[in-house]
Ligand binder design. Structure first.
Ligand code: TMP
Length: 207
């Protein structure tokens, strides 16, 4: 049986990943592919429990290394339970965030040495790497300005801007380091325009 394909989707919070993932899934299914949609941190019951632990606002004392290890633990479970089996069965897996999120959030964002992030994740990945990664590129400032217009932003959101800008610039650096794999999609445009861009890359990938 032919090996499947592994697609990952990245971007800062509010970059419009969710909408594009749904469109991507519809497009691939309309072409007859079997698509498995999953997300990080999460995607298995154990990984979702780890997600709750990491994202629980009460866990203010959580260290950055603990956090990085928990993301990797959630990833190890998802890779072995969902991603690897689906790829082996010839399916297309779309994962909302993957190890690049750890490089940019824990590495560039929180300041953990990138080599340590790589070391922590090596065993979790167990050789599984994305065939293609879409980076939905919109500056957090632009995304926030859009949200302020729509809903109004709170004080916390504004305070976190410095962190999100570090994350954003981290993505830009990763995209420069791995241009073959990471496709940068200008996400300041309309949903339709962005989706057309994504489809072109998918068509090229699927041949
Ligand atoms: P989500 O809001 O896209 O579901 O992601 C949850 C948060 O977790 C988001 O702020 C990014 C963060 N995150 C990391 O910091 N490191 C990681 O490895 C992953 C997968 C997510």
């Amino acid at each position: 049986m032919q090996e499947g394909i592994f697609i990952t989707v990245e971007g800062t919070d509010g970059a419009g990943k969710t909408t594009q993932i749904a469109l991507m899934k519809d497009y691939l299914e309309s072409k007859g592919y079997e698509v498995v949609l999953t997300r990080e941190p999460g995607g298995t019951s154990i990984s979702e429990k780890i997600r709750s632990l990491i994202l629980d606002p009460e866990n203010t004392e959580m260290g950055i290394l603990t956090e990085a290890l928990l993301y990797a633990a959630a990833r190890a479970q998802l890779v072995s339970q969902v991603i690897r089996p689906a790829i082996e069965q010839g399916r297309i897996v779309i994962c909302d965030r993957f190890v690049d999120s750890s490089y940019v959030y824990q590495g560039y964002g929180r300041g953990i040495d990138l080599k340590i992030v790589a070391d922590i994740n090596r065993a979790a990945l167990n050789g599984v790497t994305p065939d293609i990664t879409f980076f939905f590129d919109i500056s957090p400032e632009t995304a926030l300005a859009r949200r302020i217009n729509a809903t109004g932003a709170d004080r916390i959101e504004k305070e976190k801007m410095d962190f999100h800008m570090k994350v954003y610039h981290g993505y830009k650096k990763l995209a420069l380091l791995y241009p073959e794999r990471i496709k940068t999609i200008d996400s300041r445009r309309s949903i339709e325009e962005i989706s057309l861009d994504v489809r072109e890359w998918l068509d090229e990938l699927l041949g």
